[in-house]
Design a protein. Structure first.
Length: 275
């Protein structure tokens, strides 16, 4: 396992390569950076080369003061692949990472082998989804992303009711608080929320040629299986991409990588190993 930094579009971007075989790139979410995949990476790297990295503004990468957009993160990923001499990779995005992964597949189709969209891929947020992210912005502006108020709200949207009660709410809040403090800045988090509020790739889904796996928890209230009529949820995303399949994790909330780690790994490996 080798980690390093690459100078990408004027910023130092932290990355780590592990395993061997075809490359699977994993794009971080709005809070957790590359740590969001810690439950699945150990198994995936037994079969593939895993490229974990912290996108600009997160984790160990530079956090310049700027406006963060989905195009910024897409261009950084393309430049990172070029820097590492990786012509094509399987693109795996969870949570906000799935927003970036979809946009990347649309902008750089020749870079994409297979596309994996986890933790509830949506092409456009419905009214409730927009409200969720605006509440996040309000709390972050008021208390800071590394606050217990934000962590409490993130836990509420990240997991199912059953998982929260079984794991213990206070324990999950402490873990979320620790993750947010280490990996995210308030201004970047607010921009990330705006990226998800503004996302609308409905018209472009039909142009995605890559074989695609869409994963979602049945109890995901943040990026749901089925959106309201003003949005496009995971089921409709899968129906709109030509070569796609939908995996529903029954009983899981948004964070199926944590709630259903083994099932998530199996779904990912089964999909990647298909001809």
């Amino acid at each position: 396992m080798a980690s390093s930094f690459a100078n990408i579009n004027g910023s130092k971007i932290w990355y780590e390569l592990s395993g061997s075989g075809d490359v699977v790139v994993q794009i971080g979410g709005a809070v957790s950076a590359h740590e969001g995949y810690e439950t699945v990476t150990p198994e995936i790297e037994k079969h593939f080369t895993v490229l974990n990295y912290d996108h600009r503004g997160y984790g160990l990468s530079d956090r310049p003061k700027q406006t963060y957009t989905i195009q910024t993160w897409c261009d950084d990923l393309e430049a990172l692949l070029a820097e590492l001499n990786i012509d094509k990779a399987h693109i795996h995005g969870g949570s906000m990472g799935s927003f970036i992964a979809i946009a990347f597949a649309i902008k750089f189709p020749k870079r994409v082998g297979k596309l994996l969209l986890g933790a509830g891929a949506v092409a456009k947020c419905d009214g409730m989804g927009v409200s969720h992210f605006k509440v996040w912005q309000y709390l972050a502006k008021s208390y800071g992303v590394g606050s217990i108020e934000v962590a409490d709200e993130l836990v509420n949207k990240a997991f199912s009711r059953e998982y929260i009660d079984l794991q213990g709410r206070e324990k999950l809040i402490e873990l979320m608080l620790d993750t947010a403090k280490r990996n995210a800045d308030t201004d970047v988090f607010i921009d990330a929320c705006q990226v998800m509020i503004d996302a609308d790739v409905r018209a472009d889904l039909k142009n995605i040629e890559a074989p695609t796996l869409v994963m979602v928890g049945s109890e995901d209230v943040l990026t749901p299986l089925d959106s309201g009529p003003n949005g496009v949820g995971a089921r409709q995303v899968a129906e709109s991409i030509k070569r796609s399949e939908l995996k529903i994790f029954n009983g899981s909330g948004h964070g199926h990588y944590a709630e259903c780690a083994d099932e998530s790994v199996n779904a990912i490996l089964d999909f990647l190993n298909k001809n």
